[in-house]
Design a protein around this ligand. Structure first.
Ligand SMILES: Nc1ncnc2c1ncn2[C@@H]1O[C@H](COP(=O)(O)OP(=O)(O)OP(=O)(O)O)[C@@H](O)[C@H]1O
Ligand SMILES: [Mg+2]
Length: 312
């Protein structure tokens, strides 16, 4: 059974359905990304799973605890970073982390101090530790909010747009941290993001959510293949490619053929089965092959295509 299991989760605000029958499973140690446009229902889904709001119908379990019947246990097992950083502006960075360490049940003072130092140094905030959060920049607050979420080393982490508002260096720091927490420490991570390159780089699986519904889930690569329908293979030859296309025209498996300068672009549903014969024939026709490159659309292209299909 997955570490996070959502079963037909729905949330209505009055008569408006923000999340509609969303189901997915996240394995232990897995990073699962929720992608979707503004207002799709990502934050609402995360808040239900973290027991901040209750679902209108459906249920979920987090690390074995039911969100409806065992909310206290769920809150203990989850570290959460939400859109509006829930920090006390009038407290310093250290005071904030101290407060939340205790709220999360940490009691050993020296362990708390050591953990706070470790986190503030990691996030490059140690020098600013005695300043009130009110004077922090947006990115500094974001980093502190993530430190807050992981301070008690929870087995599950829910991060709502963890890299938003961060500079490239800080965004990389967070991505690397997420990967480390999942791969090395087997923590289960649910995140939402608008950055498709982040999803592509760090998520084991992603779910695309649109208008409250989970449209599709899969590995980033899987989604790209699914949306592409057919793969493309680019063959680059020495000199103009126009004389060689004839050698592979009508070849079984080749569904599309285009010549662009010194490149032949082969469309195929079966790149593994088709590519070797394409290469053999081109060589037979006298082509000097410089490169053979399979091409799949990016997750971004896939996402935009799926959004286009679900709109309207
Ligand atoms: N407390 C609330 N009361 C009424 N409507 C709400 C409430 N919270 C969320 N909604 C609505 O539910 C829908 C989903 O909102 P949600 O915040 O989950 O979207 P999101 O996918 O996180 O979007 P974004 O990418 O902009 O953060 C929106 O239409 C929003 O207006
Ligand atoms: Mg949101």
């Amino acid at each position: 059974m997955g570490a996070v299991v959502a079963e037909s989760l729905s949330k209505k605000f009055d008569s408006f359905t923000a999340v509609e029958s969303v189901s997915f499973e996240i394995g232990e140690g897995e990073v699962f990304g929720l992608l979707g446009p503004n207002g799709a229902g990502k934050t609402t889904t995360i808040r239900m799973l973290a027991c901040i709001i209750s679902p209108t119908s459906g249920t979920a379990s987090v690390c074995g605890s039911d969100i409806r019947t065992e909310p206290t246990a769920v809150r203990r097992k989850v570290g959460i970073q939400t859109e509006s950083p829930s920090l006390y502006e009038r407290l310093t960075a250290v005071e904030n982390l101290e407060f939340f360490a205790k709220a999360y049940g940490m009691t050993d003072q020296s362990a708390i101090r050591a953990r706070i130092k470790e986190l503030l140094e990691f996030f490059d905030l140690w020098d600013r530790r005695e300043e009130k959060v009110a004077v922090f920049s947006k990115g500094m607050k974001q980093k502190l909010a993530i430190a807050r979420a992981i301070i008690h080393r929870p087995p599950a982490l829910f991060l709502d747009e963890p890299t938003s508002g961060l500079d490239p260096e800080a965004a990389k720091l967070i991505r690397d941290l997420i990967v480390k927490l999942s791969r090395l420490e087997r923590r289960t991570i649910l995140l939402s993001t608008h950055r498709l390159e982040d999803a592509e780089r760090i998520c084991d699986r992603v779910g695309i959510i649109s208008r409250g519904r989970l449209v599709v889930t899969g590995t980033p690569e899987n989604l790209r293949i699914k949306a592409a329908g057919e793969a493309k293979v680019e063959v680059m030859v020495n000199g103009s490619a126009s004389g060689y296309a004839g050698a592979i025209e009508g070849l079984p498996g080749v569904s599309n053929l285009a010549v662009e300068g010194n490149k032949i672009v082969v469309g195929t549903r079966d790149p593994v089965g088709t590519t070797p014969e394409v290469v053999r024939r081109l060589v037979g026709a006298g082509a000097q092959i410089l490169a053979v490159r399979p091409y799949l659309p990016s997750l971004e292209e896939t996402y935009l295509r799926l959004m286009g299909e679900t709109a309207g």
